[in-house]
Ligand binder design. Structure first.
Ligand code: CA
Length: 223
């Protein structure tokens, strides 16, 4: 199994690399968020990303969101942040599991194995989608060829959820759960309203209604 270790502390990275190699993992190391994304682009067949949430260039949550735009690879966060809100934010950003520092190598490896087992049956990640724009969820901005569009927080999260499914239809229930943390059907009018405002801002053909299912982000080439 191949792991991409993203850790800026050289001593921690060295110790982890040795420990994991000793257990048969093939380890590639990146010291920054930028290097991590470049490494994933270079080698998309990585089985798992071990992601330190405190990196010098980008916040771990941001890096995780960018990873999720690229692939469904398993992500285990290494975090010193115990606060529940941080953990929730990490899970929402697409982390599969997290380990709070200081941790034992045995516990970390058990978590890594569990996560890769779970993701083993996962469909291969969809090919990268040419959406015709780039989304910065945290800044709530979409950059298009024509310029920048400001989004609300929920619009940005909804667009990110549609992007994660890379041009495939996404059910209303899945969108409600991913963006609003609810499957309460009475709240689904909210979903339609947000799709409407996204269409008004980005173009009516960007988000397609899939009858009886939900919505789909239409790749640029299909518009
Ligand atoms: Ca760090």
């Amino acid at each position: 199994m191949r792991v991409l270790l993203v850790e800026d502390d050289a001593g921690v990275a060295e110790a982890l690399t040795q420990g994991l190699r000793g257990s048969g993992w093939t380890v590639r190391h990146a010291a920054t968020g930028r290097d991590a994304l470049a490494a994933l682009d270079d080698d998309p067949a990585v089985d798992l990303v071990l992601l330190d949430m405190g990196l010098p260039d980008h916040d771990g949550l941001w890096v995780c969101a960018r990873i999720r735009e690229r692939s469904g690879v398993a992500v285990v966060a290494l975090t010193a942040r115990r606060a529940e809100a941080s953990v929730v934010a990490a899970l929402r950003a697409g982390v599969d599991d997290y380990v709070v520092k200081p941790y034992s190598l045995a516990v970390l490896q058990a978590r890594m194995e569990a996560v890769t087992r779970r993701s083993g049956g996962r469909p291969a990640p969809a090919p990268a989608l040419d959406a015709g724009f780039s989304l910065d969820v945290e800044a709530r901005r979409v950059r298009t060829a024509d310029g920048e569009v400001a989004l609300t927080a929920k619009e940005a999260e909804l667009l990110a959820a549609l992007l994660r499914h890379a041009g495939r239809p996404v059910t209303r229930a899945a969108l409600m759960e991913e963006v609003w943390d609810t499957t309460w059907i009475g709240a689904s009018r909210t979903l339609d309203v947000h799709v409407g405002t996204l269409r008004a801002k980005l173009g009516a053909d960007v988000v397609e209604t899939v009858r009886g299912v939900g919505y789909r982000l239409v790749p640029r080439g299909e518009r």
